[in-house]
Design a protein around this ligand. Structure first.
Ligand code: SF4
Ligand code: SF4
Length: 270
């Protein structure tokens, strides 16, 4: 259930570390007196994959989902937007919760799947510093100690987290780029590009397929076809584009004779 990633990582050094084969004992269910209490007044950070999963489940366009269900405050350090689920302004409930539970359970966000398990991942793992898991204990949650013990690995599998981790990997790597740790910031036009490519995937698809983009960059035909319908392919492509356009990496191939496009990058943005 829900917990914001930043909150999970507060003071994690002090918490007992769990490996994948360690046991946890936790159960969530409607018979517990805390059922859905955790879906109230929480900061749930959405990843690009979370946004696209929920958007498609609700049969919306990404701009409609973003408008209706999210808020996008800016981070203090990098001044880039993060996307959070928008709680009801009056009740402070998640827009998807009801007495029956989570209305988007099959497509619920990564953070909701993880809770109350947390994960800390060093940027550059070393033999001494490896990723580890830990349990988040909050007084409102009465599921700790309930149910049958199972390994962290089994919990991850049960919550469908492997797919989310795999789909979220390109974005996670993008966010671990040194650009961010150097504390650099993007100019406003690049911030808009970042937001569109990461979160407003339908607008990014139109940018790739319905502008001069494909005249300027080499993208093989099979991939162009995949980009028309395959959201995951498009998300990966969006990360490649951002690495090129924001960090100057050679992740895109300007076409021969269109090298000037490199200089025109300021004009080529969603
Ligand atoms: S998305 Fe579902 S699990 Fe997550 S806070 Fe909302 S109702 Fe709860
Ligand atoms: S057990 Fe914890 S996660 Fe489950 S409904 Fe209760 S508060 Fe939420």
């Amino acid at each position: 259930m829900p917990e914001s990633v930043p909150a999970c990582h507060r003071g994690v050094e002090d918490l007992p570390r769990l490996g994948l084969d360690d046991d946890l004992t936790f159960r969530c269910g409607r018979d517990l007196d805390c059922f859905t209490k955790c879906c109230h007044d929480v900061s749930i950070v959405l990843t690009p994959y979370d946004v696209v999963r929920m958007t498609r489940a609700l049969h919306l366009q990404t701009d409609e989902f973003l408008e209706k269900y999210t808020i996008s405050p800016f981070t203090r350090e990098q001044k880039i937007p993060v996307v959070l689920l928008k709680m009801d302004p009056e009740t402070k409930h998640c827009p998807f919760v009801s007495g029956e539970g989570c209305g988007v359970y099959r497509d619920r966000p990564w953070a909701c799947r993880m809770y109350p398990l947390g994960r800390a991942e060093p940027k550059h793992p070393t033999p001494d510093q490896q990723a580890f898991h830990f349990m988040v204990h909050e007084p409102l949650c009465h599921g700790h100690g309930c149910g049958t013990p199972r390994t962290v690995r089994a919990y991850i599998e049960e919550q469908g987290l492997e797919e989310y981790d795999m789909m979220g990997r390109p974005f996670a790597e993008f966010m671990l780029h040194d650009f961010w740790s150097r504390g650099e910031t993007l100019p406003p036009d690049k911030v808009s590009m970042y937001f569109t490519a990461c979160y407003d995937l339908d607008a990014f698809r139109r940018f790739v397929l319905e502008t001069r983009f494909l005249e300027l960059f080499e993208v093989d035909e099979a991939r162009v076809e995949a980009l028309r319908t395959d959201d995951q392919e498009l998300l990966e492509f969006a990360m490649q584009w951002l690495r090129f356009a924001l960090f100057g990496e050679r992740t895109m191939r300007p076409k021969d004779g269109a090298i000037r496009a490199q200089r025109q990058r300021e004009d080529v943005q969603p």
